[in-house]
Design a protein around this ligand. Structure first.
Ligand SMILES: *Cc1c(COP(=O)(O)O)cnc(C)c1O
Length: 436
């Protein structure tokens, strides 16, 4: 399979190049040059397969031998080793709980898979690779845990000092080993600029092989396709009507929604999607007006969706060709903070179902936008205890923190403080590299 750049169809790469580079040389994002459609018999038989079985079959089909079958099999088995249950909530509404992995957000699925794929390619090249990421919350923990103890990979997580909940920081800062936590005496934008400068620095790149683990990477997108199929399989298992399945997705960078569109293109019979935004409504505005206008992000009660410039948008646009085609398949809805707080409260009081603020936007979108005769699946992207303060405020009741999360807080914190500005990062990376 060849991968093309969303900026220029003729600029092509192999899977290995697309995964290790992340971005194409012209700054575009990669997408497969065709999306294979799974046989109808496979879709009809989904209910008889486990999550791991169907994931391996989908991966093998999508990547068409670009990774050895036995290696791919191991990667799938190791990545998807936690449950992804579909829970009935009320009416014709279900919740796909994607948060039962090690850091309790859906990002575990993509980062764990990508970590292993990267390691496979780098070990073949006898190369070490250095992953640089910035985080404002869930991504840091998920990338760190996804890549932790993976051979030939070092991970550096940059974040603004004193900006994270202790629990969020603990999810990457207590690991040690190949994971380095760098708190920056500056803002998230300073962190992003430092990482951008590192990628642009030819001297540094000739010393160290740098990459990102961002949501645009094709090795993060593919595993997110699996769980759309698995949701459908679980609906089939419950003998639900399968002709009118609708997914509601809480959107930030649009990686999750892009994976859903890929699942549909691979032959999953999805009727349509509902994209939920918070106050950062660049995408839902695009659906309404046809103009894509990135903005500064605004803080909200659903911070994982506080994205003013959704990074996966070029992939979504390329998959769906036109604004019109996008609008036929995707309905958009945006909620302000008060509406999100009410959504958490009502799901709890009316259905006794607890949601984190992000997932609450998707669930509310089902309540508001699902038509008669449709079956709705809202993607639940984080465990409510990850947003404990907000959720407790919404429901007026204490939220239990599961052991998986609490155990991170017991670990020892290993953090290096950096001044803001690229030079501090460069010196640190070169020194770290020399000591390896
Ligand atoms: C990252 C994240 C999102 C946004 O997902 P995208 O793929 O970036 O659109 C939504 N909810 C939670 C909890 C997240 O961590």
């Amino acid at each position: 399979m060849r991968y093309y750049s969303t900026n220029d169809q003729t600029l092509q790469a192999t899977l290995e190049e697309a995964v290790l580079k992340g971005y194409a040389d012209d700054g575009g994002l990669f997408l497969p040059d065709h999306i294979p459609v799974l046989p109808q018999a496979f879709v009809s038989n989904l209910h008889a397969m486990t999550l791991q079985e169907m994931s391996y079959a989908i991966a093998d089909y999508a990547w068409q031998g670009d990774i050895d079958a036995s290696v791919l099999h191991d990667i799938v088995m190791e990545t998807l080793n936690f449950p992804i249950p579909l829970t009935y909530v009320g009416g014709n509404r279900f919740s796909l709980e994607l948060y039962h992995g090690p850091t309790m957000s859906f990002k575990d699925v993509g980062t764990r898979f990508m970590g292993r794929v990267v390691s496979h390619f780098t070990s073949r090249r006898h190369q070490k690779i250095n992953v640089l990421v910035t985080t404002s919350g869930n991504a840091g923990g998920a990338v760190a845990n996804g890549f932790y103890a993976i051979p030939n990979v070092n991970v550096f997580i940059l974040y603004p000092q004193d900006s994270l909940e202790p629990l969020q920081e603990a999810q990457f800062a207590t690991l040690g080993g190949n994971v380095t936590a760098l708190e920056v005496n500056g803002t998230l934008d300073d962190c992003r600029e430092m990482v951008r400068d590192a990628f642009a620095d030819k001297e540094l790149n000739s010393e160290m092989h740098l990459t990102t683990a961002r949501t645009i990477n094709v090795a993060r997108l593919l595993p997110q396709v699996f769980y759309y199929f698995y949701a459908y399989a679980q609906l089939a298992d419950r003998e639900q009507d399968l002709d009118n399945v609708v997914f509601a997705v809480p959107c930030g960078n649009l990686g999750n929604l892009t994976a859903g569109i890929m699942a549909k293109k691979m032959g999953l019979p999805v009727k349509r999607f509902i994209a939920a935004d918070n106050r950062n409504n660049v995408f839902t505005q695009y659906l309404e007006t046809g103009d894509f206008m990135p903005q500064q992000s605004i803080p909200s009660v659903a911070p994982a969706m506080d994205i003013g410039d959704p990074q996966n948008f070029p992939q979504l646009k390329s998959l769906l060709h036109s604004h019109m085609e996008m609008c036929e398949l995707i309905e958009g809805v945006a909620y302000n903070d008060e509406q999100i707080m009410n959504a958490i409260k009502h799901a709890w009081h009316d259905e006794h179902y607890l949601l984190d603020p992000q997932s609450a936007t998707a669930y509310q979108a089902l309540l508001d936008c699902l038509h008669e005769g449709e079956t709705g699946v809202a993607l639940a992207t984080a465990h409510p205890a990850k947003y404990r303060n907000t959720v407790e405020q919404a429901i007026g009741k204490a939220v239990h923190v599961p052991g998986t999360l609490a155990s991170f807080l017991g670990g020892t914190r290993h953090v290096t403080t950096l001044g803001s500005g690229y030079n501090a990062l460069k010196q640190f990376l070169l020194k770290h590299n020399a000591q390896q």
